[in-house]
Design a protein around this ligand. Structure first.
Ligand code: CP
Length: 322
């Protein structure tokens, strides 16, 4: 592995996917191009139909130590479409609840001939720890760790933007809401800047924006009407109440008043702007149902594209380069 790049081999090949940060642009583009081959006509693409044998004989273990609907299910569908054998560890019914350490769990699953671990964990860095200690032939994919990174969400967001907007180099993208606690925002910001998006904006109250965003090339707005002016893409984020240690907001109603995406607010963006949200959504808190279900929403397209993007990531780390 390259020092400082724990996911790339000396030859620049992707061995694990732990973060988007530091991934070369050609690796990101290669993942998106590979994903395009897996988006079926029914899903809006012209890629391969049905199963492909790329992971035949391989065992993929889904280890979700934190809840998930979209990520876990689309990883499972993706692994099945790649012909892998998939094991979903039921964490609540596993020996983790009896005090078994994370690495002992990994060692035991490795002894069952795991080839790939897909890991979601509330602790930032847990997938890195696994990648450092698992057997050399095993691949680790981060499915969201704490507030640190959610690389496949970042990549499927990029796939969605490219699908609808074609070219990254003339876009203004606004990320709105609880950026402080959002692993999705961090992965999106790294991916957008890597792909050459000239203007990335962060919109939110001071209490929900981390310091140092400007150093990542992001323009900060506290006034949503100002921040949405003329944007091509709006990425809405959920208030991550489970990661807030104190009262960072007066109330959900007050938050919606200033930062909820309503049709009137969306009218500040370009007329053909798209609206995205990684889910889960809290309607009436960060987004109005009229927008979430409206003609500019591509929220469910994101979910569908997630299958192909996760197929691409799994096949690439396993060494199948298309
Ligand atoms: N976007 C996302 O990570 O959703 P889930 O928590 O349902 O996986």
């Amino acid at each position: 592995m390259i020092k400082g790049h724990p996911q790339l081999t000396r030859n620049g090949e992707l061995k694990h996917l732990l973060t988007v940060e530091g991934l070369p642009r050609q690796v990101v583009t290669h993942i998106l191009d590979t994903a395009a081959q897996f988006v079926t006509p029914a899903e809006g693409g012209d890629g391969e139909l049905g199963k492909v044998p790329l992971l035949r004989g391989k065992s993929v273990f889904n280890l979700f130590f934190e809840n998930s609907t979209r990520t876990r299910t689309t990883f499972e569908i993706a692994a099945q479409r790649l012909s892998a054998d998939v094991q979903n560890l039921n964490i609540n019914a596993s020996s983790t609840s009896k005090g078994e350490s994370l690495l002992d769990t990994i060692n035991n699953l490795s002894a069952m001939h795991a080839d790939m671990f897909v890991v979601r964990h509330a602790e930032s860095g847990a997938p890195y720890l696994i990648a450092q200690h698992c057997p050399p032939h095993v691949h680790v994919i981060n499915a969201g760790d704490g507030r640190h990174a959610h690389p496949t969400q970042g990549l499927l967001d990029m796939y969605t933007i490219r699908h609808f907007k074609k070219d990254f180099t003339n876009l203004t993208v606004a990320i709105v809401g609880d950026i402080l606690h959002s692993r999705v925002a961090r992965s999106d910001i790294h991916a957008l800047t890597t792909l050459g998006v000239p203007e990335v904006r962060a919109i939110g109250p001071r209490t929900l924006l981390p310091t140092g965003l400007e150093h990542l090339g992001v323009r900060v707005f506290h006034d949503m009407d100002e921040g949405l002016k003329g944007v091509d893409v709006v990425i809405m984020l959920r208030l991550q109440n489970e990661r807030m240690s104190g009262a960072l907001l007066p109330s959900a109603g007050e938050y919606f008043k200033y930062y909820g995406l309503t049709p009137a607010r969306l009218a500040r963006a370009k007329p053909d702007a798209i609206v995205m949200h990684p889910g889960p959504m809290n309607r009436g808190v960060e987004i109005d149902s009229a927008v979430a279900d409206g003609p500019q929403s591509v929220i469910l397209n994101q979910v569908t594209f997630g299958i192909a993007v996760r197929m691409a990531v799994m096949s690439i780390v396993a060494g199948h380069n298309h």
